[in-house]
Ligand binder design. Structure first.
Ligand code: ZN
Length: 281
């Protein structure tokens, strides 16, 4: 069993009209990266306790977060000369190292937290897709990841339009405190459920001439800021197992106290209505 894991930093997350997420591809290590000399230990910041709880909840494993030591390197990536990583978990010392830009990227942090919770450096699909898909960063960013435990659809399975799925938006915590303990950190999650007891396909429309189409997305909107986290797929049919639930989380720090924030979920062409974000002022 590998003692370390490595991750390719292929994540593009930006604040703006649209943030395109290219999920990181995770591979088994062919060699271990030495612990970086310039790693600085940091106290887990405001959102880490809740991110840890989210990861415990999806993983079905519980451990005290205090057993993990978090470090940041003041660089764009953790680098072994050939591959760039956004984050890295070291079994030795139960240490999580994050490249500076990803220290507040919830999906990357929770990916490393999942390694620390499971105490294993590999990427079992049941953990990273079935249990924690869309909550932890995982995958090549080109396809919706296939579930391990659920029966996939076949050639004769029904093809449903996005509006035939159950689409929910969950905001946590409620309300969000702009000061301690939340410091304004919101996790907005789109949850898409196959309503049927049988495997189905979801038809994913692509805009004209686009090689990719949006699948699950969530947007948080304030007076002058709009942040979107959307997954994209090259496929026009996306597999859902019976009653399968897919998720995508957007983490954002709400730091404008006078702004009225709102959020909405989308699943391809089907966009939900805006919901107010409850803020404790
Ligand atoms: Zn990993």
């Amino acid at each position: 069993m590998p003692t370390q894991n490595r991750r390719i930093a292929q994540i593009a997350a930006a604040i703006g009209i649209v943030a395109l997420q290219l999920a990181a591809a995770c591979t088994e290590p062919t060699g271990a990266i030495p612990f970086p000399d310039d790693a600085i230990e940091v106290a887990p910041g405001a959102p880490y306790a809740r991110w840890w709880t989210m990861t415990q909840s999806c993983a079905g494993h519980a451990r005290p977060m205090g057993q993990v030591h978090f470090y940041v390197v003041p660089r764009l990536s953790i680098d072994d000369g050939a591959t760039r990583y956004a984050g890295y978990w070291y079994r030795d010392g139960n240490r999580v190292v994050l490249a500076q830009p990803y220290a507040t990227d919830g999906a990357v942090v929770r990916h490393e937290m999942l390694h620390a919770l499971l105490q294993r450096g590999d990427h079992q699909r049941v953990d990273f897709v079935d249990h924690c898909g869309g909550i932890v960063d995982f995958g090549d960013g080109l396809h919706e990841e296939r579930a391990e435990l659920l029966t996939p659809p076949g050639p004769s399975s029904p093809v449903l339009s996005p509006s035939q799925f159950k689409i929910e938006l969950v905001l946590a915590p409620q309300p969000i405190a702009l000061t301690a303990p939340d410091s304004g950190w919101l996790s907005a999650t789109v949850i898409v459920t196959n309503p049927r007891d049988e495997p189905v396909w979801a038809r994913i429309e692509h805009a004209d001439n686009d090689s990719i189409g949006p699948t699950l997305g969530v947007t948080v909107d304030g007076l002058s800021t709009r942040v979107t986290r959307t997954r994209y797929s090259v496929d026009t049919l996306v597999a859902f197992g019976p009653r399968e639930v897919k998720r995508q989380v957007l983490d954002i720090k709400l730091d404008a106290p006078l702004t009225r924030w709102r959020a909405r979920a989308l699943f391809n062409a089907d966009t939900g209505s805006w919901a107010p974000v409850p803020v404790q002022r």
